[in-house]
Design a protein around this ligand. Structure first.
Ligand code: FES
Ligand code: FES
Length: 151
């Protein structure tokens, strides 16, 4: 067990945990930030996607000891009122079905647009292809990313 000072959604948080604990469990179990979902646990589905200094990463494979002073953002911290352009586009296109994968999808899309404000179809597909949706919402996801890019 060790103590970690983390910056999560703009707030300092102290967490006592085994250094190998994945950030997914630090977020969900220690901090009760349950918007980040557990899908596969082996970096294959993208349900657990968060931002580390603005880059999309899979929190199921990120040990708390590797975070250091890097800024962590979860779906809860993406925008204050749920009005990030990606979230607004998701509503406009009525993207989610069961919703389980969607926090991870939104975090991947937001990280893409932060780095590339006007992605091509291929760039969208490449950025989003690590996020699996068992409900098959891929076409609406792609349309919503384009809407967010143009907003
Ligand atoms: S739960 Fe992390 S990629 Fe599936
Ligand atoms: S909306 Fe159900 S898994 Fe994606």
């Amino acid at each position: 067990m060790a103590s970690f000072n983390l910056t999560i959604n703009g707030k300092n948080q102290q967490v006592d945990a085994d250094p190998s604990t994945p950030m997914l469990w630090v977020l969900r179990d220690h901090l009760k930030l349950v918007g980040t979902k557990y899908g596969c646990g082996i970096a294959q589905c993208g349900a657990c996607t968060i931002h580390l200094n603005g880059t999309a990463v899979r929190s199921c494979q990120l040990p708390v000891s590797a975070v250091g002073e890097q800024k962590v953002t979860t779906i809860e911290g993406l925008s204050e009122k749920g009005d990030h352009p990606v979230q607004k586009a998701w509503l406009e296109h009525d993207v989610p079905q069961c919703g389980y994968c969607q926090a991870g999808q939104i975090m991947s899309a937001a990280a893409l647009l932060e780095k590339n404000a006007n992605p091509s179809d291929e760039e969208i597909e490449s950025a989003m292809n690590g996020n699996i949706c068992r409900c098959g919402t891929y076409l609406r996801i792609k349309a919503a990313v384009k809407t967010a890019a143009n907003s």
